[in-house]
Design a protein around this ligand. Structure first.
Ligand SMILES: NC(=O)c1ccc[n+]([C@@H]2O[C@H](COP(=O)([O-])OP(=O)(O)OC[C@H]3O[C@@H](n4cnc5c(N)ncnc54)[C@H](O)[C@@H]3O)[C@@H](O)[C@H]2O)c1
Length: 430
């Protein structure tokens, strides 16, 4: 949906103060929905909860909408109302229990129940927060306005579909689902029912990434990404074994890269293999080429000797590096003199080289390193979910954005399977 018309609406309050609220009215929604949106917006800003909202997540604070995102208008009656949003968690394993903590602490959300077929998992989280534990999600649905799904990935589609069909907003853990076909159906279902479908690509809220993206988008001297290298590794966790490392780990970097590169994917080539016992790949390397010439090399392994989450983005004038673990951003860039060609080989006299050499890199390039304050990324992600439901804005990581990541991941896995089949054939022939 495109915002094509801006209306200014003046409200007169009993306190004799004028409030001017500029509300973007979406022209492709019907008049009743438009009025609901205006009233909801008014409630939210004026009559709503007065707790501090300064920490609101705004697409990693870059103020830039996620590509491919859509604005949704909820059919759910809770949207814009002053009541607390009732949230349920489906799957209270490792991630689900973290989500339960964040919901319980959120000023505008209430943890209304948790679901997990595993007795111990659901009871420990339910007892910790004093909420009801349900054995199956359909028993919990009438008690909630929205759900966070943190089950194993192979269940994402069926659970997501049932929740969206029941009129519940969904925050789905990543990957959104196991296949592009499933993802498309979820995105369409959310769109048809006017519900928020957000996906848990939580690195979007990492402050080091936010800062890097801001520099790359706002500092025109840095220029467009030409080459991206990402590394994401960990030891084996015995979780997410229903998917390989591409959907489990590399999907984070796929999502970030496609949110950064303003171009379509041109080609994908990948290799991968399993180490623990398969059939899913534990180690993968993918090379993605974009129409605009940018190339991304993504490496992920879940059987590595150490945990790393790093990305390096190279442009014609700078290298921006992000360490997601230490929340550090580094920008190494060429000086004006370099950009003006003063050090081009033909412009430097051979006799000057010994003088220039010892400090050339320090003199001709700048290096800026910033370590950012810790941010509770999962809480920021939840904040964005709540705000999207309340206001009708598109979540930073919408279902449609996540769909592109699933599409690219699926192509990578297909490339891995094709290559391994080819490898087996050539090994047998040898
Ligand atoms: N955003 C991130 O950075 C991140 C990190 C890790 C995992 N994840 C994702 O979170 C999800 C869960 O991963 P995890 O590491 O917490 O796994 P986990 O194995 O610790 O938890 C999964 C839980 O789902 C429960 N479950 C199984 N069937 C269910 C059903 N039908 N209904 C409800 N619950 C059911 C299991 O009993 C288990 O308690 C996965 O999709 C994974 O990819 C995201």
């Amino acid at each position: 949906m495109t915002r094509t018309r801006r209306n200014s609406i003046v409200f007169y309050r009993q306190s004799h103060q004028y409030l001017l609220i500029n509300i973007c009215i979406l022209t492709d929604i019907n008049p009743i929905q438009s009025i609901t949106l205006i009233l909801n917006h008014f409630n939210y800003r004026v009559g709503g909860n007065n707790k501090q909202r300064t920490n609101r997540a705004r697409c990693g604070n870059t103020g830039v909408s996620a590509p491919g995102s859509v604005n949704v208008l909820s059919a759910n009656p809770v949207r814009g109302q002053k009541t607390m949003l009732k949230l349920g968690i489906i799957g209270t394993g490792r991630l689900g229990s973290f989500h339960a903590d964040k919901v319980a602490a959120h000023p505008e959300a209430e943890l209304a129940g948790v679901v997990d077929p595993n007795d111990a998992a659901r009871h420990s989280v339910a007892q910790k927060h004093g909420v009801r534990a349900f054995g199956s999600f359909d028993e919990m649905l009438p008690a909630v306005d929205a759900v966070i799904i943190a089950s194993p990935t192979y269940l994402h589609y069926a659970l997501g579909r049932a929740c969206l069909q029941a009129g519940k907003h969904v925050l789905m853990e990543k990957p959104m689902c196991a296949s592009l076909a499933e993802g498309r159906k979820l995105v369409e279902l959310a769109r048809q029912n006017g519900l928020v479908l957000q996906v848990g690509h939580v690195e979007e809220f990492n402050p080091a990434w936010t800062a890097a993206k801001k520099s790359l988008r706002n500092d025109l001297m840095i220029g467009e990404p030409l080459l991206i290298d990402a590394v994401r590794t960990s030891g084996y966790t015995f979780r997410s074994s229903d998917i390989g490392t591409v959907l489990d780990m590399m999907i984070h970097d796929i999502d970030l890269v496609i949110s950064l590169v303003a171009s379509e994917v041109f080609s994908v080539d990948a290799i991968g293999f399993h180490v623990i016992g398969g059939p899913q790949e534990d180690v993968a390397h993918a090379r993605i080429r974009f129409d605009n010439g940018c190339a991304a090399n993504l490496f992920s392994s879940r059987v590595a000797d150490k945990a790393e989450r790093r990305m390096r983005i190279t442009t014609a004038t700078a290298t921006v590096s992000v360490d997601f673990g230490t929340r550090t951003t580094t920008c190494h860039r060429a000086s004006e003199a370099v950009l003006q060609g003063k050090f081009a080989p033909n412009n430097v006299l051979p006799d000057s080289v010994p003088l220039l050499m010892p400090t050339f890199m320090q003199d001709a390039f700048s290096l800026q390193t910033e370590t950012h304050e810790a941010v509770d990324a999962l809480a920021a992600e939840l904040d964005d979910f709540v705000l999207s439901i309340q206001t009708g804005k598109s979540p930073c990581v919408s279902g449609s954005r996540a769909l592109t990541a699933v599409s690219v991941a699926e192509t990578i896995v297909r490339s891995i399977v094709k290559r391994s089949a080819y490898g087996q054939r050539t090994r047998r022939a040898a």
